[in-house]
Design a protein around this ligand. Structure first.
Ligand code: ASP
Length: 413
């Protein structure tokens, strides 16, 4: 009952925030100066727990595989799901972009200029995954490196058997402490969500949206198609979970991701909902979801595919089939390297553009509406993580189906 209330409160916070944002459109400074800080406080509180949470829960998740073979099997399934769905996601994005000619009829505004930081290249991104200094990775919050370190420690703990139990219990206890802290922070979520959405709406009124409306619609449509086709079909085929059961169970986390535009910030809620509403056991949640929050970004991949096409068209350049295949490859890799924080996907778009020789300056065209695209792509990013955890749990025979019966029973009453 209490949980329902929190979800409802988050929804109410979202709706009220949008309404106030519309009212404050003529005075965006008020929204930025007086309301946004409450949202920033909320994000800071969440950021505070992210590194210890991801680290502890991934070590525990890895150790709970009890033997290295199980770890290899679950790790293999998880990565296969993540990579295949991401490649599929970019493909959907590119097909839609081709059909709708997404960049057609768009003229380049003269004053479109933003600072774009240098995008890292593919080899560096891959090499950087293994941290030469793991403590620095933790301090800097470099999530890919944190993940690699956690997986290596977890595998080491399994490797030494009984002797590793003490360390395992310490991390287990650390993860529990983080869950507790998060539960308290979540009580503040409705206000946080309210304060985050108001300035977004106040600043990005219809004026900014109109010229890029087609791009926004195509990205939103690509994301919706991916969720409805790819996630619905995989959870149903592999886990016999109906799309309705799946989306109903994960909805609170989706709303949360939409507002915060951060997969990392949504991780705690995603873990809770996947376990309680979808019956994924804790050991699989704590392996698949922290990993997915960093490496699996289908929404970002769809966005990158569509935006690359958009920029090519706006600059009057043709994208050959082989260039589009390159985009599928680089967008898949770029989405792995994208951090689960707002705006990260736009920086990594630079890498995708570079790979096919498109002008990086094109990012400036999108920057104005990026937040709006970010909200949707983040929502899809975390939904994909949860879908993967359901599929992996079901194929391991560990999905706890009683959660659906309980829910059906409760609503029948
Ligand atoms: N904001 C996205 C996320 O956290 C990443 C991106 O910018 O694409 O999932």
């Amino acid at each position: 009952m209490k949980k329902m209330q929190l979800t409802t409160k988050i929804f109410i916070g979202l709706v009220l925030g949008i309404l106030l944002g519309i009212i404050l459109q003529p005075y965006p400074d008020i929204a930025t100066n007086y309301i946004k800080p409450f949202g920033t406080l909320f994000l800071n509180l969440i950021k505070l727990v992210i590194v210890p949470l991801v680290f502890c829960s991934l070590v525990v998740g890895t150790c709970s595989m009890d033997d290295v073979r199980k770890l290899g099997r679950i790790g293999g399934k998880t990565m296969a799901y993540y990579l295949l769905t991401t490649a599929f996601a970019v493909t959907i994005g590119l097909i839609l972009a081709n059909i709708t000619k997404v960049g057609g009829g768009f003229s380049i505004p003269v004053d479109a200029k933003v600072e774009i930081s240098e995008a890292p290249n593919v080899v560096d991104t891959l090499l950087n995954i293994i941290p030469s200094n793991p403590l620095k990775a933790l301090v800097d919050g470099n999530m890919l490196q944190v993940i690699a370190f956690a997986l290596i420690i977890g595998a080491g703990i399994i490797g030494i058997g009984e002797k590793g139990k003490v360390l395992q219990e310490i991390f287990d206890s650390g993860a529990e402490v983080m869950y507790k802290i998060i539960a308290v922070i979540m009580e503040y979520a409705p206000i946080g969500v309210f304060a985050l959405i108001t300035p977004v709406v106040a600043q990005n009124g219809p004026g900014v949206l109109l010229p890029l409306l087609k791009l926004i619609i195509v990205v939103y449509a690509g994301c919706a198609i991916h969720a409805l086709v790819t996630y619905s079909s995989t959870v149903y085929l592999f886990a016999r979970v109906t799309p309705l059961q799946f989306f109903k169970g994960i909805a609170p986390a989706m709303v949360f991701a939409f507002t915060t535009a951060s997969s990392s910030a949504t991780l705690p809620l995603n873990m809770k909902r996947s376990e309680e509403n979808l019956g994924v056991p804790k050991s699989i949640c704590s392996f698949c979801l922290p990993l997915g929050a960093t490496v699996n970004m289908d929404g970002t991949a769809i966005y990158q595919g569509i935006c690359a096409f958009f920029i090519a068209q706006v600059y009057g350049l043709d994208l050959s089939i082989s260039a589009q295949l390159t985009i599928i490859l680089t967008a898949t890799l770029a989405s792995i390297g994208t951090a689960g924080v707002p705006g990260a996907g736009m920086i990594m778009l630079g890498m995708v553009l570079q790979s096919v020789g498109l002008p990086i300056e094109g990012i400036a065209l999108i920057a104005g509406v990026d937040r709006i695209l970010d909200m949707m792509r983040t929502m899809i990013n975390i939904t994909g993580d949860s879908a993967c955890s359901v599929v992996v749990a079901a194929t391991e025979g560990e999905l706890n189906r009683s959660v659906f019966e309980k829910k059906a029973g409760a609503s029948a009453k």
